[in-house]
Design a protein around this ligand. Structure first.
Ligand code: GDG
Length: 475
């Protein structure tokens, strides 16, 4: 049975959050985030529907319209939130795909829930898509959906985008269900990754785990009449124009100045902004800063580090541990180096509105992105987009997808603490001329490759591939 929508996005979460109004009624507000921004114009133009979880366990609300998009909620029970979301998605796949920074858990009950929930998403998407529609599935929580969807609806054009890294086969091979995951993804026509290296890792996994002929990002499926799946990189980005404009607003600039004043107008302000996640290298960053204070490279009267650590996955064990480790470390640094007047590390376990984030970016002389592994890292791009004044220095980990594009950042290996300290000192001492030259180049790159371009190029590549495949199958 076909539905009414020409473009269906399938993602773990809907693009809106439920808000309780003072009168007890509920309404929906657009959630912050690049994906929503990127897809909103296409969704409105193409008559789009968005299939996703509404964020609270229990029976799903009825489908509704919000922000010009048809929202189709998928329900998850309490147990499924534990097993599919916190378990298999965030306790198995997340660490496995991020270089096993912590040990992944392999539990059959988690896997069974993952399969069941993926079926539910596929079912819902199949019901919404019109004959020959395009369905775009997002991220690691839904890797089985492309195959499940193709079985139900071979008429569809199916795309998949993986927001996180795809690991080398030697790591991926740990997954007891590796063949099923590959087969799930191969239900798509086009599989997008952040970096070329991720697409290569995937193609290699197809060869090694499933013995499929695969090269140059094309995987041939002889069992399906020689159908070809394409795997390629489509580096995601941000809404550059919107952030650029926000950071130029007088109230945002005034707030940035106020932040510096409240810190006591130190010579240098350093900033980290991350979800509180072990992939982000927050402890490595703190260690480098602590050592700089210890050995006098940086003085607490001259420099402050603001670390925003947005609460995340608070019921997953390793996140509870990480929070403790970060808080102990910050306490030690401030206890040792702080004075009545000066605080070394301002640790903020909160989330903030867009305006405040833009003001923080504007207030920071040095932005520290020290992830141990990161699909892209949008924060690095957001910092650049906020710096219309062409000031500020970005220190960026080689292990982010963003490093492939942002060559004018100061590149670091977060495991090399001495190297990280050197880069921080270099950033603090950089001449305005050099910083300006680097920032201009970074801004050109992000400005030219924004999230709108990302979405358009993925959808164009999907349409092209589908057309070519159709021609092959007719011939
Ligand atoms: C995954 C991949 C990939 C954070 N705290 C607040 C806030 N944020 C915003 C940031 C940024 C976003 O959240 C985080 O995006 P990142 O890319 O940095 O990291 P992940 O959350 O791990 O995202 C990543 C991304 O997907 C997209 O494909 O780049 O590699 O891991 O936009 O600014 N925003 C507001 N308040 C906060 O407190 N308003």
């Amino acid at each position: 049975m076909a539905g009414d929508y020409d473009l269906v996005v399938v993602a773990n979460r809907l693009p809106v959050d439920r808000v309780e109004e003072p009168d007890g009624s509920t309404s929906w507000r657009r959630s912050p985030g690049g994906l929503v921004t990127a897809l909103e114009p296409v969704m409105q133009r193409e008559d789009g529907a968005w299939v996703g979880w509404a964020g609270t366990p229990g029976d799903p609300p009825e489908p509704f319209d919000a922000e010009g998009v048809r929202c189709v909620p998928v329900g998850l029970s309490e147990q499924e939130v534990e097993d599919y979301y916190e378990g298999f998605s965030n306790g198995t796949l997340w660490p496995l795909y991020h270089d096993v920074i912590v040990a992944p858990g392999y539990h059959r009950s988690w896997w069974e829930a993952y399969v069941r929930v993926n079926e539910r998403f596929a079912e819902a998407a199949a019901e919404q898509a019109t004959e020959g529609a395009t369905v775009w599935v997002q991220d690691y929580q839904l890797q089985l959906v492309p195959r499940m969807l193709r079985r139900r609806r071979p008429d569809l054009s199916i795309g998949f985008f993986n927001h996180i890294p795809f690991p080398p086969f030697e790591i991926f091979a740990q997954l007891p269900w590796r063949k099923a995951v590959i087969d799930g993804l191969l239900g798509a026509d086009l599989i997008g990754f952040q970096r070329a290296a991720d697409a290569n890792n995937f193609t290699r996994a197809c060869r090694r785990a499933s013995n499929l002929p695969a090269r140059s990002g094309r995987i041939r499926l002889d069992a399906e009449g020689g159908r070809e799946v394409r795997a390629a990189s489509f580096p995601i980005s941000i809404d550059f124009a919107a952030l650029d404009e926000l950071a130029e607003r007088e109230d945002v600039k005034a707030r940035a100045a106020e932040i510096r004043r409240d810190l006591g107008n130190p010579e240098h302000v350093l900033l980290g902004v991350d979800r509180l996640d072990y992939t982000k290298g927050i402890l490595h960053r703190l260690k480098a800063f602590e050592e700089l204070l210890d050995d006098g490279g940086v003085k607490v009267e001259e420099a402050s580090l603001i670390q925003v650590a947005t609460p995340s996955r608070e019921r997953v064990e390793q996140y509870v541990q990480l929070r403790q480790d970060v808080e102990v470390t910050v306490g030690r640094i401030n206890g040792t180096h702080g004075t009545i007047k000066n605080t070394a590390v301002h640790y903020l376990h909160h989330s903030y509105g867009r305006e405040e984030m833009a003001a923080l970016f504007l207030a920071a002389d040095v932005m520290l992105v020290t992830a141990l592994r990161d699909g892209m890292n949008l924060v690095a791009k957001e910092y650049v987009a906020s710096r219309h004044d062409e000031r500020g220095v970005l220190v960026l980990s080689e292990f982010t997808g963003a490093a492939d594009e942002l060559g004018q950042a100061l590149m670091i290996n977060p495991h090399d603490i001495d190297g990280l300290k050197d880069a921080i000192l270099r950033a603090l001492r950089m001449s305005p001329r050099e910083a300006g030259r680097r920032m201009r180049s970074l801004r050109r790159r992000v400005g030219d490759h924004d999230v709108q371009r990302w979405a358009a190029s993925f959808l164009q590549a999907l349409a092209d591939h589908h057309t070519t495949e159709a021609a092959v199958s007719v011939a």
